[in-house]
Design a protein around this ligand. Structure first.
Ligand code: DGJ
Length: 694
């Protein structure tokens, strides 16, 4: 074995997140180190003893491959050797391409990296080019596959399904491969959000442990495989889901994978989340550094029962409460097939003149006269078979010839690979906004998965391209809408949080975090979601779900992008005052919630308490949300606020919503760096503003 410990290294450094590669004597590319502060690592063993930088099928027969190809002449093996390196600058870091070629088959593979040192963030993706004179098939081409050295690797991942998004699991990785993958195509993060946390030496905390947070920026199905090897080491292979999404590459064709993002920290998950949030706000999310409005939505208030007088009263009440945007949800359209429930009308985007005889104009005008902006719900990629659209174009849906078209929520998915369908989808939005130029917000929904995954736009042997091409085509439509209507804000919804990814958020301002608005569940859902998304994009509305005290519901919603989704005419006087005080207080504190640094203080996962804080960048101001959940016995009196400077004095002010000064009034005490929990029967919350004393 050659002693190549002095082999030249390829160092890719993005602040804390560092990757060191080296080429062995045989041309294979190995990973010497990956993780927090690793950029200055040198090989202490012969390079060939380090894991491969990018494992391929046929090279490492015992391990999970990141790349699997059927070559032009049918061979299944892919063995890469290093070919060269190129480095370029981008505005905030470097772009590094590590080029490799197959040893026998005509195939080129580039491992591509973009560094964002200010955010400790490293992006990676893969490019595969078919250099053969015949087609090849790409079964899997993951974006990233680094290995971590450690002693007791743990993986934290999330998922659940409708109303159970972001259910959190942290588990020790034992022998074998743990796969976390989404399915269904159109609302993948309902099942598995595209983010995981790898901790190398036992479960990490918010403030301790070496961690890597990995997210995949893809609007379709994703897949993470965490494979343990060598006594405590773990490799994470991450990217789009390849199963059912195989790609046939023509001669000369190049495949570019979705991007994966890594943020590493040697001081626990908190610093990695804060860096990722900052990156998301400043570099990804549309208008990500702007303050979001307080929304009043009609869905859980009146569902499909729209009526001009009812809507007008809801607008008046919303205005009196301090809401800033009135959102008219589902139910406003359908003529031949009125949308009175979810069985009919989807696809027929004409105003229902039975429900709204004078159209949308009067309610839009009234909303704006009352000082609110107006938003509207659409679901442009879907169709009910009971609709004029489907009667006219039954061939416009994703389907397979001869197979039953199975329905979910009584609807089918339009096939955006067909050019006429793309024109229709953008046309729906163009028309709504042209007819009603005062609409300044759209909720873009998507309420079913893909079954029978076929498209008439694809050749028979390329039907599996639908999985990725549909995402790219949908992204094109979203980009076109964003470009044509730059002042219209967009909410991303898919039966709740089914599209919670930082790929799609490039064209959107926020996500509907979950249809589950029970505030007790929301404490845990929003905790989970905060591992990927900043609070500014996590829409959180006060509803009646779970029949919790409204003061508690308001406090939970105030820890995200605040709003209401309940019948505003049915509030008691006390509830009214609670909601009003919440809206007023939120307007005062939302710069902290939406743009501050998140500190997750006490985990509600598997416990009966949760606490988070949002801190101004200079540490001078903060707002703390503390929640005691049902079953909590109230024993432990207080919790710590780790970011406070022990040498400085701070004041704590109770901002808990309520008809008086709030349930915690007079009981908020800051003792050194400790804050007391709210008292009373759980569920109960406190909202406390902390300011440095001058
Ligand atoms: C599903 C969404 O998640 C809800 O908020 C609501 O918009 C309904 N669709 C309307 O059908």
């Amino acid at each position: 074995m050659a002693d190549d410990t002095t082999a030249p290294r390829i160092v890719i450094e993005a602040g804390q997140t560092g990757l060191v590669l080296a080429v062995g004597d045989d041309g294979r590319l190995h990973q010497v180190a990956f993780g927090p502060g690793m950029a200055d690592r040198r090989p202490v063993l012969p390079v060939v003893l380090y894991p491969l930088a990018y494992p391929t099928f046929g090279e490492e027969p015992l391990r999970e491959p990141a790349l699997r190809v059927t070559q032009a002449h049918g061979e299944l093996s892919t063995r890469l050797r290093f070919e060269g390196l190129s480095t370029d600058a981008h505005a905030a870091g470097q772009v590094v391409r590590v080029n490799m070629v197959e040893r026998v088959a005509p195939l080129s593979v580039s491992l591509c990296f973009r560094t964002w040192p200010a955010y400790h963030l490293l992006e990676q993706w893969i490019e595969v080019t078919n250099d053969a004179d015949a087609e090849i098939t790409l079964h899997r081409a993951a974006a990233t596959a680094p290995a971590f050295a450690g002693t007791a690797p743990h993986l934290t991942h999330w998922g659940g399904g409708w109303a159970g998004e972001w259910t959190e699991t942290t588990e020790l990785l034992t022998a074998g491969t743990k796969t976390v993958a989404s399915a269904g195509g159109t609302r993948p993060s309902l099942y598995r959000p595209p983010v995981v946390v790898v901790a190398t030496d036992g479960p990490a905390t918010e403030t301790s442990g070496e961690v890597g947070v990995c997210s995949v920026e893809w609007g379709g199905d994703i897949r993470f495989d965490a494979e343990t090897f060598l006594h405590g080491h773990v490799r994470l292979i991450a990217g789009h889901q390849g199963r059912g999404a195989e790609r046939v590459l023509a001669p000369g064709e190049r495949f570019v994978s979705p991007v994966a993002r890594w943020v590493c920290s040697d001081a626990g998950i908190g610093p990695a989340s804060r860096a990722l949030h900052r990156f998301a706000r400043e570099q990804v999310i549309r208008d990500g550094t702007e303050i979001r409005a307080t929304v009043a939505n009609t869905w859980e208030a009146i569902f499909f029962a729209l009526d001009p007088a009812v809507l007008s009263t809801q607008v008046d009440r919303a205005a009196d409460l301090g809401a800033e945007l009135f959102l008219l949800d589902d139910g406003w359209f359908g003529t031949a097939y009125p949308r009175n429930d979810d069985t009919t009308g989807l696809g027929d985007w004409e105003v229902d003149r039975v429900k709204l005889p004078d159209g949308l104009g009067p309610i839009i005008d009234h909303t704006i006269e009352r000082g609110l902006r107006f938003g509207l719900w659409v679901e442009p990629e879907m169709v009910n078979p009971k609709s004029a659209l489907y009667e006219a174009h039954p061939d416009w849906v994703i389907s397979e010839p001869g197979r039953e078209r199975r329905q979910e929520r009584n609807q089918l998915v339009l096939d955006v690979l067909q050019p006429e369908v793309r024109t229709f989808v953008v046309g729906v939005i163009d028309k709504v906004l042209q007819d009603h130029p005062r609409i300044s917000y759209l909720k873009w929904d998507a309420n079913r998965d893909i079954t029978e995954p076929g498209s008439t736009s694809l050749a028979p042997h390329r039907q599996s391209h639908l999985a990725m091409d549909r995402v790219l085509a949908t992204w094109d439509l979203m980009a076109e809408v964003a470009r044509k209507h730059p002042t219209v804000e967009l909410m991303l919804c898919a039966s709740g949080g089914g599209r919670s990814d930082l790929g799609t958020l490039r064209w959107f301002h926020e996500v509907w975090t979950s249809d589950n608005t029970d505030p007790v569940d929301r404490v845990r859902i929003q905790w989970g979601a905060s591992h990927l998304l900043p609070a500014s994009v996590l829409a959180a509305h006060v509803t009646r779900w779970g029949n919790r005290p409204l003061a508690f519901g308001c406090a939970v919603a105030m820890s995200g992008r605040f709003g209401f989704d309940l019948d505003l005419t049915a509030l008691t006087a006390e509830e009214w005052e609670t909601c009003r005080s919440a809206a007023v207080t939120y307007a005062d504190l939302r710069d902290l919630v939406q743009q501050g640094d998140l500190h997750r203080l006490v985990s509600p996962i598997g416990t009966t308490r949760g606490a988070v804080a949002y801190v101004s960048p200079d540490g001078e101001r903060a707002v703390v949300f503390a929640f005691r959940l049902p079953g909590d016995d109230g024993t432990t009196p207080a919790f710590a606020l780790p970011w406070l400077d022990g040498g400085k004095a701070y004041d704590a002010r109770d901002r808990t919503p309520g008809p008086t000064d709030g349930p915690a009034a007079g009981k908020v005490a800051l003792v050194g760096q400790i804050l007391v929990w709210p008292v009373g029967e759980p569920p109960v919350a406190s909202v406390v503003e902390i300011t440095r004393r001058r």
